[in-house]
Design a protein around this ligand. Sequence first.
Ligand code: FRU
Length: 445
Amino acid sequence: MNAISSQSLVQANFSRPVPTKYPVSRWTIADALKVRTDDPTTTMPLIDYQFPIMSNDVMIWDSGALRDMHMRTVTFKGWFVLWSLAVDKIDKTNAKIYDEWHSRNDRAYIGYWYSRDGVEWTWGGRLFQTSADLRPWEWSGSLVMREGTENKVDMFYTSVGAPDGNSVPAVSSGTIHADDKGVWFDGFATSTEMFKADGVHYANASEDPYFDFRDPQPFINPGDGQLYTLFEGNVPGARGQFVIGTDEMGAVPPGYAVDAGAQYGAAAIGLARCVSGWRKGDYSRWELMPALVTALGVNDQTERPHFVFKDGLTYLFTISHHSTYTGKSTGPDGVYGFVSEKGIFGPYKPLNSSGLVLGNPSSQPYSTYSHFVDAEGYVQSFIDTIPAAGQNAENPETYRIGGTLAPTVRLVLDGDRTFLTEVHDYAQVFAQSAWPASLAYDVRA
Ligand code: FRU
């Protein structure tokens, strides 16, 4: 493989036109019928009820390591850096931890951690100045080093909590600093909205009161050197009014009847392309593009989508819930995935035939969530709730709240199959490069 510098990758003109139309790939009912819970190759390890917590002051969930625009985790001046959605613990005795945890989305802010070894983490506090908040809450996104700069960094995130119900992908910019004692940030004083749900490419609030539109995950497309972002969306159209036809059903067994509730599943993995001067840090204008994958008739949420570019293949991962499956389709909370042989525009087929990559075990159905697969297959997730041995996983009196990171696991990505292979430390992060990142391999798909 040819090594090329990141500079040449950014400026590359691979002379491939940006397509305005491409076939939307589907996660079909027939695919979902193949989901198997508790298969050892696609199941998260059991988590000890006595798991360690990262902090007694904050509870954290969706998290992500500092990365570059090619989806590779980077260290900065020898430090590992991690952002997390966080809430401060109100009652440190944990007496009200159940309420504090389950209402966390309405208080969420983005904070950060730093670590020398990627295992022991120090909490750095809030990332943004309050002046950056367009709306009361900050939800998921990604913290990315800006290509070609020494220490500029952009936090793409979701601005949420306004009375109109809109959630808007936004970005705030700052600089990262480090010395031998730790890491800190400057800037992050303002935010810029990226784009809004238009009701044409993706459902908006008037079409679907439960619409999802969040979790921006930008990347430079290895195929054309342009900046795009993935995000979580829904298929445009009135909630519950979709017709589930043969395309959505796929090759179901003869006589299979679609359940009426299936039409409430309308998840879409969204794509947009940046058309402002992003090389100079202007992320203000984006063009919404058709969804890459839809789960119409199967599931209503495909969250936090992200890519891994490997072996010339494009792996698209997304998280989803047991509770958001619709009709007769079912599966565990966990990370699902799709693979394309022809770059980011697909067509995609589900990994492991079913789409399931790593689900929670049936004895701990809510053990982990918000899995993020890095460029080398390391998967980070947070601990949600762990039931006491033999206890009902739904009963708050018998489960322990997480609010901390789970053991990192590793997947082997082998064509259209994935295998769970390694289990590492709680909250362990592995880096693929030190910033400024040089491309040790050619990521062009
Ligand atoms: C996934 C998610 C994200 C959202 C965040 C809110 O875990 O639902 O889509 O940004 O959590 O907590």
